[in-house]
Write a protein that binds this ligand. Structure first.
Ligand code: AVJ
Length: 391
């Protein structure tokens, strides 16, 4: 049960100079500024007593926690491993440097790529229905939050009490979260910088309330980057992060019944349609893919020449996945950090998988990961699905 009683809503800076001795019980985070403008981070429901001479102001602001630390040596090692493999490959996360992220945003506007629009329409159309299935006054944990736009639209309709924006770097969410906090001053907000691709760990510093229901929000069909076995492992980690636990030793937390996962998944469809979505006429996806080489050149000090490579996308029906590759237009040699590799004409670097699921297949996967049967919303052409999976 959320502790709502005696909660004071502070929407802006409050001057307390006149008050003699007062008490605030509150349930969102912010910081205290004394007359020297020294901030003390504070969070949680607590009682504040102060004297008139303390001259304290209260501002609502998100909490920021950075866990992931970029390590150039680790990154280089991981890249070299993939680039040296018989079938060269790179992790799709390297598609997203600053330009790559903007190119992806442009992709979402392409007529051929309707994934993002279809998902947004589903969320919009069924928001009442979703609100009825999902827990009220819950803590939403937004995985890969970026500009926080998708979750931002749901904070009101879904009656969100707490919002945690997770991305690899808090710097990606800092601006958006600050704006969102001003729009929703009574929602307790945090930015968490962590690499959750190997499974989600929620740090103690968030001070999550075990009694508050959690909604893990994973939109955009990013789950498609995982192979089915990786997806199963990842979904299991999300199930654990719901804080519930049928698996758990002792604690049967009171949120067990209502926590869950809200996830957007792109569905199998006509191959030509899928291939067009990943090889658009304007060449934005090609630019997005090729930009990976610029990013790698910066990370590795390599000398990939973009003109030597072409963008390839193909639907592999056996694996039910779109594969993106960069293909050498002619034989070429790439050097990096005192080492090199020659690519034959036509040889490729595999840069991304985007798995396409069926409703039945993904439902089974959710259950294998420990989730209970829930709800699924799809568009009339069954292009995309949004699943609510209770923990
Ligand atoms: C962000 C992984 C969902 O696979 O559709 C878009 C990335 N790659 N066009 C997807 C992407 C090429 C996208 N995801």
């Amino acid at each position: 049960m959320a502790q709502a009683e005696n909660t004071v809503k502070i929407t802006s800076v409050l001057s307390l100079e006149k008050s003699e001795n007062f008490i605030i019980k509150r349930s969102f985070n912010g910081s205290l500024l004394n007359h020297n403008n020294l901030g003390l981070a504070w969070q949680g429901v607590f009682v504040l007593k102060c004297k008139p001479q303390d001259n304290i102001a209260i501002v609502t602001e998100p909490q920021f926690i950075q866990i992931y630390q970029h390590n150039a040596a680790d990154v280089a090692l991981e890249l070299l491993q993939g680039l040296s493999a018989l079938q060269a490959y790179t992790s799709p996360k390297y598609l997203y440097d600053a330009l790559g992220s903007r190119l992806f945003e442009a992709i979402t506007e392409l007529p051929e790529y309707d994934l993002t629009r279809t998902e947004a329409a589903l969320m919009h159309q069924h928001s009442k229905d979703m609100a009825a299935c999902l827990p009220r006054a819950a803590c939403w944990i937004d995985l890969g939050a970026g500009n926080c736009e998708k979750a931002g639209r749901l904070l009101g309709p879904m009656n969100v009490a707490r919002y945690v924006a997770v991305d690899i770097s808090v710097d990606f969410v800092r601006q958006a979260l600050a704006t969102l906090q001003r729009q929703h001053p009574s929602v307790r907000m945090a930015g968490l910088g962590t690499d959750f691709s190997g499974g989600l760990e929620l740090p103690e510093a968030l001070a999550l309330d075990p009694a508050q229901a959690r909604v893990l929000f994973y939109p955009g069909s990013s789950i498609g980057n995982f192979t089915p076995s990786q997806a199963l492992e990842f979904l299991s980690s999300l199930h654990r992060a719901c804080g519930n636990l049928r698996t758990g030793q002792k604690a049967v937390h009171s949120n067990a019944a209502s926590s869950g996962l809200l996830i957007g998944v792109d569905l199998v469809k006509d191959a030509a349609q899928l291939e067009a979505a990943y090889d658009d006429a304007l060449g934005v996806t090609a630019a997005f893919n090729l930009n990976l080489l610029r990013h790698i050149n910066r990370l590795l000090g390599s000398d990939f020449a973009l003109r030597d490579w072409r963008h390839l996308s193909r639907f592999d029906r056996v694996h039910s996945r779109i594969e993106m590759h960069l293909q050498a237009r002619h034989a070429c040699t790439v050097t990096w950090q005192g080492s090199q590799r020659s690519f034959a004409a036509g040889e490729t670097i595999h840069t991304e998988n985007a798995y396409k699921w069926t409703v039945a297949g993904f439902t089974a996967h959710l259950q294998a990961a420990g989730f209970a049967p829930g709800h699924v919303w799809t568009d009339s052409a069954e292009r995309f699905a949004v699943f609510w999976a209770p923990a």
